[in-house]
Structures are given as C-alpha cells and as structure tokens.
Design a protein around this ligand. Sequence first.
Ligand SMILES: C[S@@+](CC[C@H](N)C(=O)[O-])C[C@H]1O[C@@H](n2cnc3c(N)ncnc32)[C@H](O)[C@@H]1O
Length: 305
Amino acid sequence: MQVPIKKFASPLNYTGGKYKLLSQLLPIFPDSVNTFVDLFCGGCNVAINVNAANVICNDIDSRLIGLFSFFKANTYDFIISRMQDVIKDFKLSDSKKNGYAFYNCTSSNGLSSFNRYGYLQLREEFNSLSPESENYYLYLYVLIVFSFNNQIRFNGDGKFNLPVGKRDFNIKMQNKLKSFFMILDRKSIVFTSKDFERIKSEVLTENDFVYVDPPYLITCATYNEKSWNEEEEKRLLSYLDNLNLKKIRFALSNVLSTDGKTNEILKFWLDKNNYMCYHLDFSYKNSSYHKKNISKTDEVLITNY
Ligand SMILES: C[S@@+](CC[C@H](N)C(=O)[O-])C[C@H]1O[C@@H](n2cnc3c(N)ncnc32)[C@H](O)[C@@H]1O
C-alpha cells in the first residue's frame, strides 16, 4: 500500500495504538483495497491512514464506537463550541487563551492542581448519565482531554475512572481532533461495535482486506477490564483461517514473544499454516530499548497474501 507522507494520529491516546508502527505496517498492506476492515479498531490509528474506497471500523467497546459516531454525526465547529460551554460550566482551564500563569500553574507542573475539582465534578456528572443522554459523548470527550494521558478507561462498573491530567485542550489535541474530522469528511467510514466474529466473511469479497489488531495474549494491556484469553485467541485464529478459505486477505498484528514468554498458540498456528510472518522493529516504541536492552520483543505482522 502506498504510504501517505503525513500520517494522522488518533484523537485519543489509545493503549496499544499503532500510530508509531504505521511506517512499517502500511507498506506491507495490499495496494488495491475496496473495503478495509479495521476489525479491532481501538483509536482508529490504522483505519484513518489507509487508502481504500470504504472503511469499516469495528470494536467491541460500544462507548469508544459511540464517541466516534458522535464525532461523525456532528461538525467540528459544533463540537468545539459545545466543549467551550462545558469547559466554562465546570471551570476548567483554557491555557491556549490564558497561558499557565493565569491558573497559578507552570508548564512543567501542569494544570492538574487547578483542574482537579472541576474535573472530578464533571466525571461524577458523566458517570451518572446513560449513554443515551444528550451530553454523554460530549462530556466523555472533555474528560478524555483533561484526563491523565488522554486515555479512555472505565472500571468494571462502567464508570470512567481516570484521574485528572496535566494538560487541557491544547493545540496538539485540537489538531488531532481537527484532522480526524477532516478524514471523516473525506473517507467513507462506517463505525460498528460488535464482537469480531459478527463481522461475517459473507459480506466481504476478495477485493477487501481485514486488518486485525487484537489485545495481545502475552502482554498485559487491559481494555476496559475485558480480558483476552487463550479461548479468545483460538477463536480469532480460526476466524482468520476461515477468511483465508474464502480468499479474503488479512493481516494480523501480534507479539510472538516478549520477556522470555512465547505465545505458543500463535506460534503453533503459524508453523502449521502457510502464512507470511514479518518481524517488525520493536525499538520504535521505546527509545531507551537499545540502551537498556531490557527485553527482546518479537512484534510481528502475519499475512495470508
Ligand atoms: C490493540 S487494541 C487496537 C488498537 C488500534 N489498532 C489502534 O491503533 O488504536 C485492541 C482492541 O480490541 C478490542 N477488542 C477486544 N476484544 C474484542 C472483540 N471480541 N471483538 C472486537 N474488538 C475487541 C479492544 O476494545 C481494543 O480496542
């Protein structure tokens, strides 16, 4: 696949996001794709950077997909103006306009001391809403912007549980959101929230391509408290074998081994099938990796084409 010069990052700082791997992944993707399916889309880092006539972004996390659908249903200007109302109502900072000193804060210490009270009030209010309420996704996005590391995380009771962060709606966050809206305008993207197996191979053809970036069995990221286990891994691998039988192209991201652990299920599957395995350069993730040489991680992309 032709690699775009400028790559866009997700408007969310998504755990396990593939933004930094794009320059290694995209050249391995097929050149001509009708429908691109990002089966475990997470922050959509991959989907927003591919060249395809149609894009389907799927993730089991209905709040994540609800947020993207909320963006899709509204204009950028509308979201910005509603966000400004929320920022005012909950007395949160606007460092773009007023700088840090106005809030008795410095750039190195960040804005958390000023924002903590308003943020916790907003979080409480948000956690009392149902996803159907008018302000649910607006509040959710403002929370993400003002939260620690700009992530989206819920506890087992479905409550947003990140603490306040150091930053606010700064230029970097604003630009990521603006680019996301520009891509929504340009591309035909459909968002769905289903278990991956419910994206049926029957609706796909040989011209389509499925990118698969599941939670990794041997690394520990948790996605909103849902666990990924050996059963899930096997269920996914047989789903991929079925795509292969139907001649639908796929590419699976994963980690074969790390910290002395090996994903034996994946290794066995790979040994028994005739798929391609590309070993990627993992050091992109951790600049001190070479210096410290802490662990050797075999990050791979497995394809059936
Ligand atoms: C590694 S993340 C994807 C990151 C994404 N490629 C990016 O660049 O932002 C894995 C995603 O799989 C989703 N997921 C977990 N189980 C799933 C299932 N059974 N069906 C669909 N999605 C699932 C999680 O909610 C999570 O968002």
